[in-house]
Structure formats: structure tokens, C-alpha cells
Design a protein around this ligand. Structure first.
Ligand code: DUC
Ligand code: ZN
Ligand code: ZN
Length: 481
């Protein structure tokens, strides 16, 4: 008898953002076509053995092969980056097509397509980064690109080559409102950082740990409040990326208590690292953990955990920004140990994002499995116009799935050698994890079986995205599993 399905996953404890239930999952032509128990035969079958099965993760904030000022160069391209993502349970990524000043947005997008094509093994969309909002960008290019499926763009309040002033931000927010796009804001006060950096360098304080001193929590709090105010003035939803600190969380909660549609994102580095990881002395080792905003302290870690549990945060992303430590194109530009302002910002984490949150969030009872799904798949899909094709387990959705192995009695000790990125370190080296994906399935194909990667470069498809659905503010509480 002919097999009814291309793939059947049997005995899956399916977890969506709202429910957990036992089901088989029948897949044909890359999509879920049937659910229920005792489904017919598949050409291939995987027995989930009652293990938790979640939608494939969507990493809605990661950087791969993004052109940046030399000598720095990102270590992961779309081939190594998507390989690493898949082995950690992520099946869709949304990295950034970044406009350089003087460049058209279209040129940035075309260039980024060339970088992805033939290399990505999982599906991908692009956010835009607008660094040069010329009259033509505002009147023609950006509206046209939004209509073509690039429905979100990032605005920087800091970084000299990217930052926009408040007037430019207001005009971009108005454009987002007019066209239904999502504006994502990197909120740090540029002038405060410049002044603090100058004072530190004048005092001869150049070690990586002073990166954190140059960007204290206040700098993020002020910019967060200003971004909220600008969006309130325009009356448009907006998403604050990579929120790191208690003060910023309080600003977001204040905005939401006033009924403002302020969405937000946090990342693993703000749960698992602190400023101490940038160094307790003037050694250079801490350059590995230089990212912006910088990791904070245990009080902010607690605030971030609470905001993940109580529904404040909308999405959980990696902000994977891959620079090798021992590399002249990475953390040692030109082969030198440099003063903190010249260390490329960013840390790798595309593969460890989901296992870290599952192990330390779900398995410890800090967040429910359903909240995990909401943060890592369903909300990113809704917020960035991919739902319901992506981000859930339902008939008609893409068969992007993760079957989880929980092994609290036999924890995995995380080492960089286990990972599949091209970076020469992980900031989480030596950390114990109680779970890892047993299978990652993308478009109905097994790309990771817990030991081996089966992805095919070029198999990932570009995803033109729809307009965002605004996830309403709702306290979800610390639901038990
Ligand atoms: N901060 C960013 O804003 N982008 C990439 C990496 C980082 O640390
Ligand atoms: Zn940023
Ligand atoms: Zn980023």
C-alpha cells in the first residue's frame, strides 16, 4: 500500500503557544496535512516517544555575513549560520539587509540576496536597516520594499555609521504607520556613550570591561523612554530590540500600562551573562562578551526572567553577531588587542538560544512550555508577518518542528566543539544543559537527528513577509508545565 504521507511523526507531545496534547503529525509536500492519533503510514516515520515537540524556532534577530567596516568581518555566512541554527532547533531566520550611508536600500537588499542564495539551508526573510533615510528612500524605496515583503526595519539610536536623530526616527515611524510595517529600535543614547567613552579613554581605561562602563543601564533607559515617546507621538506600534536591563523593562511596562503598543525582545546574553563576563581585571579575554547593550548584573537578569514569564516580552532572539576571538577580522582587529570602543560588538548564539531557554526556563519551571513556544516561534511569526505558515503546529503550516530530548540526569556540558557555527568560541562554554533537540525538521525534512546535520545549502527559501500582527499585551503568568 502506498504511504499516505511523506513523513509521519508519531506520539508527539505537541506544544503550541496555547495547548499541549498528544498527536501524530502527518506531512506532505513540506506542510502539515493531518494531525490526530493512529495516522496512516508515511514514507518516513519518526517516533517522538511522547517527547515535547515544538514549532521550529524563528530567530527574528541575527546577523549573518552582514557587510561591515573592515577589518571586521562576520565569521558566519548563510551556510554556516543556518547550519548552526538548524542544529539548535531554529528553522527560520530573519537577519538584516543593512543600508550603508550613501547606498540605496535596493542595493543593500540585492547584495544580501546574493549572500544568502545557494547557501541557506533553512528559510529566511530579511529585515531592513535604514541608516540613510534620503527623500527617495522615504518616498519610494522603503514603501516599495515593504510592499514586496520586507515588512520590518531597524532604526539605530547609536553607532556613528547607523544612528538617526529624533526627527529622522519620527519620520520613519510615521512611514511605518502609513504602510503597516514594524519599526524595530536599538535604544541606547549615543551622546552619553560618546562622552563616557571619551572620559574612560582619557583616564587610560581601555580594557574590554570598560565597554560595560561606557554603556550603563541609564543610557538604555533614557533611549528606551525616548523611543516610546516618539512612537506614542506618532501613534504607531514599535518593537524595542535586545532589552538588557531592569530600568528598560520598567519603561516598557510603564508604556504598556498606558495602553501603548510597545513590543520588546530580549536575548540569552541578558539571562546568562553579566558585566563580570567582560572581565574582572584588564585582561582581554572578556572581549568575547562585548556586545551592545552590554550584559548587566544579577538584578537585571532577574528582571529579564520575570518579564519573560509575565508576558512583558514579545520575542526571544539570539542577536547572533559572529566574530571569532582569535581573528584579525574578529575580536582582535588587525591581530591586535584593541581599546574597548574598537572591539567588534556581538556574540554568537544562534545554536544555543533555544536549548538555553528550554533548559533554564522551561525545565526549571520559570516559564511554561507554551510560553517558550510563544516567545521563540509564534510571536516572532505574528510580529513579522509569517504566521500561520510559520510559528505553529497546525494543519496547513510548514512542517518545521523540533522534538526535544530532556535528560536532566545526564546533562550536556556545552563546548564550542559541539556547535556548528564558524566562530571559535561560545560565551556559554562549560555550562550544563538538561536538553537538546533530538530532531530538527524543516519543510518535512530531518536536518538534525541529535548527532548529525543533514541540511542542504540552497534548500532554504526566501520568505516575502506579510504585515505584522500586533500581539496584544497580556500577562501570561508563571504557568506550570
Ligand atoms: N549589538 C548590536 O546592536 N548589533 C549586533 C551586535 C551587538 O552587540
Ligand atoms: Zn542593535
Ligand atoms: Zn543585532
Amino acid at each position: 500500500m502506498d504511504a499516505e504521507f511523506d513523513l509521519v511523526i508519531r506520539n508527539a507531545q505537541v506544544a503550541t503557544a496555547s495547548d499541549t496534547f498528544l498527536s501524530d503529525i502527518g506531512v506532505k509536500d513540506g506542510r502539515i496535512v493531518q494531525m490526530g492519533l493512529s495516522l496512516g503510514a508515511g514514507k518516513r516515520e519518526v517516533d517522538a516517544q511522547g517527547r515535547i515537540t515544538t514549532p521550529g524556532g524563528i530567530d527574528a534577530h541575527c546577523h549573518l555575513d552582514q557587510p561591515i567596516a573592515p577589518p571586521a568581518r562576520m565569521t558566519d555566512d548563510f551556510e554556516s549560520g543556518t547550519r548552526s541554527a538548524a542544529c539548535g532547533g531554529t528553522t527560520t531566520i530573519i537577519p538584516f539587509a543593512a543600508q550603508q550611508k550613501g547606498q540605496t536600500l535596493r542595493a543593500a537588499v540585492d547584495d544580501y540576496h546574493r549572500r544568502a542564495e545557494g547557501r541557506a539551508s533553512i528559510d529566511y526573510g530579511f529585515h531592513l536597516i535604514v541608516s540613510d533615510p534620503t527623500p527617495d528612500v522615504m518616498a519610494n524605496e522603503l514603501p516599495q520594499l515593504i510592499a514586496e515583503g520586507y515588512t520590518s526595519f531597524k532604526i539605530y539610536m547609536t553607532y556613528d555609521d547607523m544612528k538617526l536623530d529624533d526627527g529622522q526616527i519620527l519620520r520613519l515611524l510615521a512611514l511605518a504607520r502609513a504602510h503597516g510595517a514594524m519599526a524595530m529600535i536599538h535604544a541606547e543614547n549615543s551622546e552619553c556613550i560618546a562622552w563616557l567613552t571619551e572620559s574612560l579613554l582619557d583616564a587610560g581605561l581601555t580594557a574590554p570591561r570598560y565597554h560595560a562602563a561606557s554603556r550603563p543601564m541609564l543610557v538604555e533607559r533614557e533611549a528606551t523612554h525616548r523611543a516610546i515617546s516618539l512612537a506614542e507621538l506618532v501613534n504607531v506600534p514599535m518593537l524595542l530590540v535586545h532589552v538588557s536591563a531592569r530600568d528598560a523593562v520598567e519603561q516598557i511596562q510603564w508604556a504598556r500600562s498606558r495602553g501603548l503598543k510597545v513590543l520588546s525582545e530580549t536575548c540569552p546574553q541578558y539571562l546568562f551573562l553579566t558585566a563580570e563576563d567582560l572581565g574582572m581585571d584588564d585582561g582581554y579575554e572578556g572581549a568575547r562578551c562585548v556586545c551592545s547593550p552590554p550584559p548587566r548584573d544579577s538584578d537585571s537578569q532577574e528582571a529579564i526572567w520575570s518579564a519573560l514569564a509575565d508576558g512583558t516580552f514579545t520575542v526571544f532572539s539570539s542577536d547572533h553577531a559572529p566574530f571569532s576571538f582569535e581573528s584579525p577580522t574578529g575580536k582582535k582587529p588587525g591581530g591586535e588587542e584593541v581599546a574597548f570602543p574598537y572591539i567588534p560588538n556581538g556574540i554568537p548564539g544562534i545554536e544555543t538560544r533555544l536549548p538555553l531557554l528550554y533548559s533554564e526556563g522551561v525545565m526549571t519551571g520559570r516559564i511554561s512550555i507554551n510560553r517558550f513556544v510563544e516567545l521563540t516561534a509564534t510571536n516572532p511569526a505574528k510580529t513579522y508577518g509569517l504566521h500561520p505558515r510559520k510559528g505553529t503546529i497546525a494543519i496547513g503550516s510548514d512542517a518545521d518542528l523540533v522534538i526535544w530530548d530532556e535528560h536532566p540526569d545526564d546533562p550536556v556540558r556545552l563546548t564550542n566543539a559541539m556547535l556548528h557555527h564558524a566562530v571559535d568560541y561560545t560565551p556559554y562554554e562549560g555550562r550544563s544543559l538538561d536538553c537538546w533537540p533530538a530532531y530538527t525538521i524543516t519543510g518535512g525534512e530531518v536536518v538534525w537527528d541529535g548527532r548529525r546535520y543533514f541540511g542542504t545549502p540552497g534548500r532554504g527559501r526566501f520568505l516575502p513577509r506579510g504585515l505584522p500582527t500586533i500581539v496584544p499585551a497580556k500577562p501570561t503568568g508563571r504557568a506550570a508545565r
